[in-house]
Design a protein around this ligand. Structure first.
Ligand SMILES: *Cc1c(COP(=O)(O)O)cnc(C)c1O
Length: 492
């Protein structure tokens, strides 16, 4: 809000000539007409003045000839988010702010309003457009084509894995991984509880039942202790899981030394949900390459994006060929359309793969940028009592997809949800940490294994954690705005 409005205030006795000069120096294309007590009479635009001059051709006339027009105003204390709503619905470019006595105290003007800061907006580079144009120029618009093949090869090379299949979403990739592992009705699949629902919905697609595993406090990812206990119980009950889906949350890998060893010892295949952690490493090896199958997502909010898309990666090239076949309606090798298995329409289009190729080239830079954003938050807020940050164990190098902080309830009396709502008033988008799957109505009957008897780590993170805006398109000034607003919210 502009509070320095003295130069915009004019009175009925102000001559038109002076009003013109004020319009010129104000640079906003409007003035506020007020009475002697500063009470707002109307807004005057340069068009209003032009019409007054054309009617009388007299620059020494005053503004008293302008008819009062009750202006749309906002009360003192209106947030810029609410002001934007009022302006959008009334199609206004300016909105005066008045106090209880009707006195003008400020002005929202569209040209001076700060843009909303989003949690993780897509960030395109220079080459994506050219690659998409190439798809147009060669008419490879179908879900097959040279970009798809190149994207798969370039992705596999980048992370150091045998091969990749480009798909329409990360969810589709998880679904195909379960299908390849023959998961079906009556089976159970273990899955990290602290995740987005897309990690475990495919378990339901296959008619199987999820069992949720808590996080450990060091990486916030699957607790090896809880996994071990769950596996022992399942074996005792004679129902070992068909697969384990281990999620790398907010860009950080789980501890695959421990998780991998436990799964191997129990003979259970592992799926690595690396939707959020492309570009991260665990002990120097790329996130997404630790399991029988790894999956990535290129959804609009992820570290790189194809607007929507995903990939399945593996060293098992035969399995990947079958995944490609399942992803394209499963046609038998016959010239006519013959099918003997149920399949899906899950392929990524050649146009989107073009975007993906451009984005892939930017990945190393995007990881450094996201990490710098995290460090900037941590430095800028280091003196706030009770604030904590998502840890990074020495074996992990996170891509810091989202910068996540925690608020110690003993030091900070506000729930993350309240902080989120207050930051929204500043047009800053934040989100609480994922609501764990074992707390979801959808999965209320699913068994859950906490890290230990004393604590459920994911419950605590959900109740104390907040994800801050982390998009690489954000400027340092934007980030300073987030830091200042967060300080203000916590001080209040
Ligand atoms: C985004 C995401 C997915 C799903 O990816 P889509 O491409 O949106 O289907 C799966 N798991 C996790 C942890 C995610 O964050």
């Amino acid at each position: 809000m502009i509070t320095d409005i003295g130069k915009l205030l004019v009175q009925p006795e102000t001559p038109v000539r002076e009003a013109l000069q004020r319009l010129d120096t104000g640079g906003l294309g409007c003035l506020l007409l007020a009475d002697a007590a500063d009470r707002l009479i109307r807004v005057i635009t340069d068009g209003d003045i032009r019409r007054a001059i054309m009617a009388s051709d007299d620059l020494s006339q005053t503004l008293s000839g302008l008819v009062p027009v009750t202006p749309t105003t906002a009360p003192e204390g209106t947030s810029s988010a609410s002001a934007r709503q009022i302006m959008n619905s009334a199609k206004l470019i300016h909105l005066p702010v008045v106090d209880d006595h009707g006195r003008a105290v400020g002005l929202f003007h569209i040209s001076r309003m700060e843009a909303p800061i989003l949690l993780s907006a897509p960030h395109m580079g220079e080459e994506e457009r050219e690659l998409v144009v190439e798809a147009f120029d060669t008419n490879w618009i179908a879900p097959v084509g040279p970009h798809v093949d190149s994207f798969e090869r370039e992705l596999a090379e980048l992370v150091g894995v045998g091969g990749a299949v480009a798909l329409s979403s990360g969810t589709a990739a998880i679904h195909l991984a379960l299908r390849l592992l023959d998961v079906g009705p009556g089976d159970t699949v273990f899955c990290s509880s602290l995740t987005f629902v897309a990690s475990c919905n495919p378990i339901l697609y296959q008619g199987a039942a999820p069992v949720f595993i808590d996080s450990e406090p060091l990486s916030w990812n699957m607790s090896p202790d809880a996994l071990e206990r769950a596996l022992r119980d399942a074996e005792r009950q004679g129902r070992p899981p068909k697969a384990v889906i281990c999620v790398n949350i907010y860009g950080q890998s789980a501890d695959y030394d421990a998780i991998g060893r436990i799964c191997a010892a129990h003979g259970v295949p592992l799926i690595e949900d690396a939707a959020e952690s492309l570009g991260a490493t665990c002990r120097g090896k790329a996130s997404g390459t630790f399991a029988r199958f790894g999956i990535y997502s290129f959804n609009g909010n992820k570290i790189i994006t194809t607007s929507g898309g995903g990939a399945l990666v593996s060293d098992d090239l035969e399995a990947l060929d079958r995944a490609r076949w399942l992803a394209t309606q499963g046609r038998d090798p016959a010239a006519h359309y013959q099918h003997s298995e149920m399949a899906y329409n899950y392929r990524l289009s050649n146009v989107l793969a073009g975007i993906g190729r451009g984005q892939l080239r930017l990945l190393p830079e995007r990881v450094e940028q996201r990490r710098a954003i995290f460090e900037r938050y941590r430095n800028g807020l280091h003196d706030v009592p009770g604030i904590g940050w998502m840890p990074e164990p020495n074996w992990s190098r996170s891509n810091r997809w989202l910068s996540v902080c925690t608020f110690d309830p003993d030091a900070i009396g506000l729930h993350p949800y309240t902080i989120m709502r207050r930051l929204q008033q500043h047009e800053i988008e934040t989100r609480p940490v994922w609501k764990p799957m074992h707390m979801q109505p959808l999965f209320q009957d699913a068994p859950y294994y906490a890290h230990d008897e004393q604590q459920s780590v994911s419950d605590r993170l959900f109740l104390t954690g907040l994800c801050l805006p982390s998009g690489t398109g954000m400027s340092e000034a934007d980030q300073d705005r987030v830091i200042a607003a967060l300080r203000q919210v916590l001080d209040a």
